[in-house]
Design a protein around this ligand. Structure first.
Ligand code: PLP
Length: 423
């Protein structure tokens, strides 16, 4: 697809009317994508490990997804959620529910990850009749007001927006590598004790509607929650009638080498928030919970004009067909093991790599200026991202100082070429 001269100066033209508020990793202009390659407007190909921030997990212009979109778009775009039923929507929720463990069987469709968080907050408050919500320090749950209130991965996401949503409390997250030198058992024990102390002195458990947790903190720096910690949360929630909400917006859909990251801990949350890879790029998201919770939430308690439009649902069915048909969850686990082993070899030779961590293909590489003190080196990561892009590889960063390379956000079918990171 040749670039026109209009395309080539997109960045300059965008300066006119496109908001300067949105942060961008790259000042490059994109023309099209095919599989793992993204092409800029000059026709140069990049190996795309960013994937629209973990969204186009099957790659660009995936033939099955594109065909499903084309077939649906001429038939019915919608939106139809509040008007009635459409075949792809009903078919998709059946398929999605089948990927979730019992008793989670009912799906509320929305458009973005943040919306699922706000919706889950409303569900939890109305169903339990309790006001308080607990989230974890360093978490990222999104940009709407409720989600922003649960977010603390960067002060910039919160500054100037107070008062935020009341009765939200932030508990310490088990920072296994940073604080506990990799000792997961100790990290879990201490973090659960801190949480219980918070319930004893700050907010009583009987006032808490829900605990929100990312099974692997994403934007906060690719920090996996130890299985023992997640099991401890499950027990605590059961003990006190608190709903456990798993934010699987970034971890879900096979990225961690399991369809859902919480499976690794052998727990079942009460509510699961799902988005990003669900429709390989079209806006679609879901709040999943057992029917009884949806029923107690109540008819008309929540709504959405666009949520669950038929075209996005048709794409989402093709995504599940592809994941299941090609065994891509197992593939993410296998490719992730290879990648982690390779990165561990690099880390053994390079003092600047402090840690390599994460399940499946949700792998973070933490860069430090001093291994002994674990001092983060965000500036090095910025240079690495820029240099990698110049060499034709797109990678992104995360962590409070953006010191972690979130390696490939393409969770399912990682392309070779990761060695370019050190180039
Ligand atoms: C864990 C998590 N939750 C929620 C969100 C918000 O999703 P969205 O940007 O679609 O609103 C994100 C986005 O990065 C995320 O990583």
């Amino acid at each position: 697809m040749p670039a026109s001269s209009d395309d080539l100066d997109l960045a300059a033209r965008a300066g006119g009317h496109l908001t300067p508020v949105l942060g961008r990793y790259f000042e490059r202009s994109w023309s099209h994508g095919v599989g793992h390659r993204l092409f800029d407007t000059a026709g140069r190909a990049y190996l795309d490990f960013a994937n629209g921030i973990a969204v186009t997990a099957l790659g660009h212009a995936h033939p099955a997804v594109s065909a499903a979109i084309h077939a649906q778009v001429d038939r019915l775009i919608g939106p139809t959620g509040a008007i009635g039923y459409a075949e792809p929507v009903v078919r998709f929720v059946d398929r999605l529910a089948a990927t979730l463990p019992d008793p989670i069987d009912s799906i509320f469709l929305l458009n973005s990850g943040s919306e699922t968080i706000d919706g889950a907050m409303k569900l939890a408050r109305r169903v339990t009749g309790r006001p308080a919500i607990i989230a974890f320090q360093g978490a990222f749950h999104g940009r709407t007001y409720g989600a922003t209130t649960l977010t603390s991965s960067s002060a910039n996401y919160r500054v100037g927006y107070e008062p935020l949503v009341p009765s939200v409390y932030l508990a310490p997250f088990p920072a296994v590598w940073h604080e506990f030198d990799g000792d997961e058992a100790r990290a879990s024990e201490v973090s659960l004790a801190r949480l219980r102390a918070m319930l004893a002195s700050v907010v009583p458990a009987s006032s808490v509607a829900a605990i929100f947790v990312e099974p692997v903190q994403g934007e906060g720096g690719y920090l996996p929650a130890p299985a023992a910690f997640l099991r401890g949360l499950r027990e605590l929630c059961d003990e006190h009638g608190i709903l456990l909400v798993a934010d699987e917006v970034q971890t879900g859909y096979g990225r961690t080498g399991r369809m859902w990251a919480f499976e690794g801990a052998g727990i079942v949350p009460d509510v699961v928030c799902i988005a990003k890879a669900i429709a390989n790029g079209l806006p679609l998201s879901a709040i999943a919970a057992r029917r009884e919770l949806h029923e107690r939430w109540g008819r008309g308690a929540h709504g959405s004009t666009y949520g669950g439009n038929p075209v996005a649902c048709a794409a989402a069915i093709a995504v599940l067909d592809t994941i299941e048909g090609q065994g891509l969850v197992a593939n993410a686990a296998a490719r992730g093991a290879e990648l982690t082993a390779g990165l561990a070899r690099l880390a053994a030779e390079d003092e600047r790599i402090g840690d390599v961590r994460g399940p499946g293909l949700m792998i973070g590489v933490e860069f430090v200026s001093d291994r002994a003190t674990k001092t983060p080196d965000g500036a090095l990561v910025d240079r690495l991202i820029a240099r990698s892009a110049d060499l034709g590889l797109l990678v992104l960063s995360c962590g409070p100082q953006h010191q972690v390379e979130g390696s490939p956000r393409n969770n399912l079918t990682v392309a070779p070429g990761f060695g370019m990171l050190s180039g």
